[in-house]
Write a protein that binds this ligand. Structure first.
Ligand code: NAG
Ligand code: NAG
Length: 362
């Protein structure tokens, strides 16, 4: 598209150059100097590369995170099952060593998943920031328009800029909404996973597990059940919504950037080449020219409402302030929404408690 416009612009330039050598000689009669802002503008690479880079890394860290948590239940079942132990017969020593390794791996899994959540949170935040930033950068391109336009054109331009600026504000607001929602979900998930992994590690290190076959079996069943519950709570619907919101926002952002770029390119071309009546018609009705873009972000808003549910966002917004931001994500002994009170002590049956020599409070 960009290429196409470049060629079109060049082609038009030649024609106009040939037809109106005197009028346009100021720009066209001589080779365009390299540092002429105006000529830079008409070349038209308006969307900052960082925008695409940021989108790409966020997309990658989303995939990493999704891969990390995919098939969790199956892995949980497979890893924490006693069939291996039984099939190995009487080599109890070996078996429990094997089971201990598996228990250790379970907490490692939650640490890794927490880290993947953190990285996705970070990269998606960057990509959202760049989407807003790029929209603004595009807007700033318009400053390069020489102020030597005829008065009526100037007025139309002012109107057009105002519309574009308004669009930028609306776009930024909706991006902020997505940003807050996904950040809250992801950071809460990260926090729960980390806390849960900390508890498991603490128990293994400090409670002095007996580790015979019976105890292994019971503790594994216990962990299977609670891991499943806690995982469902921390990485359930909310996380899927965050993934969807991210994907949809990304798609819309790319569309919006291309549309803004197209508008700027067209504007530069029309001003550069003169003959406003023909090429600058869109200036006459800025509102109509931006209609499609506003429709696009309205659609995004509807999508958010459907997926996030009304009212939820502002509640989260408040929680974020008091709660998530202040908490350092690792090793914090804060109670978590997804983890039952006084876990795991209160949830253990007497027989499981007897599998530990020294139960202490976490
Ligand atoms: C299961 O074990 C594998 C290694 O054998 C490990 O990579 C994975 O994270 C474990 N998954 C769970 C849920 O414990
Ligand atoms: C936007 O990005 C540009 C680099 O592309 C940077 O110079 C500028 O400071 C950024 N602005 C904001 C508000 O982040």
């Amino acid at each position: 598209m960009t290429l196409h416009w470049n060629y079109l612009a060049l082609w038009l330039l030649c024609i106009v150059g040939a037809l109106q050598p005197i009028k346009s000689s100021e720009y066209i009669g001589r080779p365009i100097p390299r540092h002429d802002k105006w000529s830079q503008a008409i070349k038209g690479d308006y969307i900052p590369m960082q925008f695409y880079d940021a989108m790409r890394s966020a997309e990658n860290s989303k995939l990493d995170f999704q891969n990390q948590v995919r098939n969790f239940r199956e892995h949980l079942q497979r890893n924490l099952t006693m069939s291996n132990v039984l099939s190995l017969g009487h080599e109890n020593q070996l078996n429990t060593q094997h089971q201990r390794t598996k228990l250790h791996e379970l907490s490692e899994f939650f640490y890794a998943a927490a880290d993947a959540a953190r990285i996705f949170a970070r990269d998606s935040e960057t990509s959202y920031e760049f989407a807003k930033n790029s929209s603004y950068t595009l807007l700033l391109q318009l400053r390069q328009i020489p102020s030597t336009q005829p008065i009526p054109v100037k007025m139309l331009l002012t109107n057009y800029f105002a519309e574009m600026e308004f669009f930028h504000i609306m776009f930024s607001e909706i991006i902020d909404e997505a940003l807050e929602y996904t950040q809250n979900i992801l950071l809460a998930t990260q926090k729960t996973f980390t806390y849960y992994a900390d508890v498991q590690r603490f128990v293994l290190q400090n409670w002095n597990f007996k580790g015979d076959v019976g105890c292994c079996q019971e503790y594994m069943e216990f962990l299977k059940h609670y891991s499943d519950q806690i995982f469902k709570c921390a990485a359930g619907r909310g996380l899927n919504v965050a993934f969807d919101v991210f994907a949809m926002t990304e798609l819309t952002s790319k569309y919006v950037m291309r549309q803004l770029e197209f508008r700027i390119q067209r504007l530069f071309n029309c001003l550069y080449l003169g003959s406003y009546e023909i090429r600058c018609k869109f200036l006459l009705n800025a509102e109509k020219d931006f209609e499609m873009l506003f429709t696009k972000i309205e659609e995004l808003e509807i999508f958010y409402d459907l997926r996030m549910k009304n009212g939820r966002v502002s509640a989260l917004r408040q929680r974020r302030q008091n709660h998530i931001e202040e908490a350092a994500p690792t090793g914090v002994k804060a109670q978590d929404n997804c983890i039952p009170l006084d876990f795991p002590r209160s949830q253990m049956h007497k027989s499981l408690k007897q599998c530990f020599y020294s139960i202490t409070e976490y």
